[in-house]
Design a protein around this ligand. Structure first.
Ligand code: CA
Length: 523
């Protein structure tokens, strides 16, 4: 059934794309017709026009008539009209739009999917358009070669303008400072000290209730929570970059050491016994019950528990600490905010006026457009204070500032091609988190090796990855969990596990990634 559905979808896709392909050249003005007056300033069009866009947003926040789009229309003369349904299944909506043959002027979607339809002629190549008509975007791409490399497709052309995040930090190590103080311990500087601290949390009753109920290390991610400890043994749980090569952490010798130690910690009760099942509410439960000791998680949301639980756990002082040094002495934080989220927008081959469309895209890269997207409308969501956009009290008092900005203003709608400004977030991130972020950034703890750049694959490469990767990932996940939970010894079984990975063509998978990575670096 599933297979039939897929075949059906791809058939629809081809039909639609063929019709998109045949229309390659935008209509030219007829001879003798007066040339249109040139646009001035931030205008993308001399008279008001509406461009159709496909922008799917399951949360229903995105609306083309929100204040920032109205403001942008005043400046550019371009309004948007969204053709995507609100709600339902994203992929299905996207495929239906393509299959209908009624392709809108602009498409906002995942960059990988956009590049796939670009390869079939459905999108405008942007290189020349950017060069001639988008000075702000051009300047940005000159300054950010990482972004330019990532959006250049295997045929050497650019088809998408991506959402570009700002700020590097995401996650860090957190520990109960009040418990350390109570037990007369220092923040752990090494993996051995971290082990000793967790052991003390387990055995010395830091919450003082007379029961051995402390959960020393916990993590809300059921898929990776246990494995976020791996860097302490110089290991990792997915593909990452080492000495400019793509390697697969679970296929390396040190994975054995890492998993064996995690299994030992688990057995000793230093790791939450429910780490594979407790899930999203883990922090809420363990911190509110005053039993959680340490985790590795996002700075902002984790720091917030100090405020939100003030009444329930008055002593709670859950603060970020430097990553404990690994067995080889490396102090590394793998969490890096990827510059590209994987979303962005593109101009369809069917649009009548690609120059107007690229000028509209460019507006969002002007200082004014960027501020509009990041902070909303001046005098409404922010005011200028000492030359800096500063959110109003009304915005800052929202329990969910980001959601508020998106719903009420359209600001921070992240499937657009825009450049985020971290100072938008800084204004409502609490001091504990900001101190942690600063410490991690100033000391260069955050490594870019653990977040692969956005790689673009050829169709045949992508096909092979789709064939190989799920089976490899599933196998690693199953075996690793069995090892951590003590169902099978690591040492006795590691060699046959590596054999299995070889049989699953892990070397070919690595070669495929390496080829894409080499292309990425050479762009
Ligand atoms: Ca206790």
């Amino acid at each position: 059934m599933k297979k039939r559905m897929m075949a059906f979808t791809s058939l629809l896709l081809c039909t639609a794309l063929v019709s998109a392909c045949t229309k390659s050249e935008p209509p030219m003005s007829k001879q003798g017709e007066a040339a249109p007056a040139p646009t001035s300033g931030s205008q993308a069009s001399t008279s008001p026009v509406t461009l159709k866009i496909f922008y799917f947003d399951a949360s229903g926040n995105f609306k083309a008539d929100l204040p920032i789009f109205k403001k942008a229309a005043e400046k550019t003369n371009v309004s948007l009209s969204n053709v995507a349904p609100t709600g339902g299944d994203e992929k299905q909506a996207y495929n239906l739009m393509l299959a209908s043959g009624d392709i809108p002027d602009l498409i906002s979607y995942k960059l990988g999917d956009l590049n796939a339809i670009a390869a079939q002629g459905a999108l405008q190549p942007l290189n020349e358009l950017i060069d001639k008509h988008a000075p702000n975007l051009k300047k940005f791409l000159e300054q950010r070669s990482d972004v330019r490399q990532a959006i250049t497709s295997p045929d050497g052309k650019i088809y998408t303008v991506p959402f570009v995040a700002d700020g590097k930090a995401t996650t860090g190590w957190f520990i109960r400072k009040d418990w350390l103080d109570k037990l007369g311990l220092q923040a752990p500087k090494t993996v051995d000290e971290y082990y000793q601290v967790l052991k003390a949390f387990k055995e010395k009753d830091p919450n003082g209730n007379g029961k051995p109920d402390e959960v020393p290390y916990f993590n809300r991610y059921t898929d990776t929570g246990a494995y976020q400890l791996l860097p302490l043994w110089d290991a990792y749980h997915t593909l990452y970059i080492k000495d400019n090569k793509i390697v697969f952490g679970p296929y390396e010798e040190q994975y054995k050491t890492g998993i064996a130690n995690i299994a030992k910690w688990y057995k000793e009760g230093l790791i939450d016994q429910e780490i594979y099942t407790r899930g999203g509410k883990t922090r809420d439960i363990l911190l509110a019950n005053n039993i959680g000791g340490s985790t590795h998680d996002w700075f902002a949301s984790t720091s917030n528990y100090n405020t939100s639980l003030k009444k329930d756990v008055p002593d709670l002082n859950f603060i970020p600490v430097a990553p404990p040094a690994s067995t080889s002495g490396k102090v590394v934080e793998p969490g890096l905010r990827a510059a590209l989220s994987g979303n962005g927008w593109a101009i369809s081959a069917k649009t009548k006026d690609p120059v107007m469309a690229i000028k509209y895209f460019d507006y969002w890269f002007t200082e004014e457009g960027r501020r509009l997207w990041n902070f909303g409308v001046e005098g409404q969501s922010y005011t200028m204070v000492n030359g800096k956009p500063t959110f109003t009290e009304q915005v800052l008092s929202q329990p969910n500032v980001l959601g508020h900005l998106q719903q009420v203003y359209g600001a921070q709608s992240s499937s657009m091609g825009v450049w985020q400004d971290f100072s938008y977030e800084e204004q409502w991130t609490n001091k504990i988190a900001l101190a942690g972020i600063k410490e991690y950034q100033d000391n260069n703890y955050i490594s870019s090796n653990y977040t692969l750049p956005t790689l673009t694959f050829t169709e045949s490469e992508q096909k092979r990855i789709n064939e190989l990767k799920p089976s490899i990932d599933t196998y690693v996940t199953e075996v690793s969990q069995k090892w951590v939970m003590g169902g099978e010894g690591v040492d006795a079984n590691f060699a046959s596990y590596i054999d299995q990975l070889k049989k699953k063509n892990v070397d070919e998978l690595l070669k495929t990634y390496q080829a894409a990575y080499d292309r990425y670096k050479s762009k």
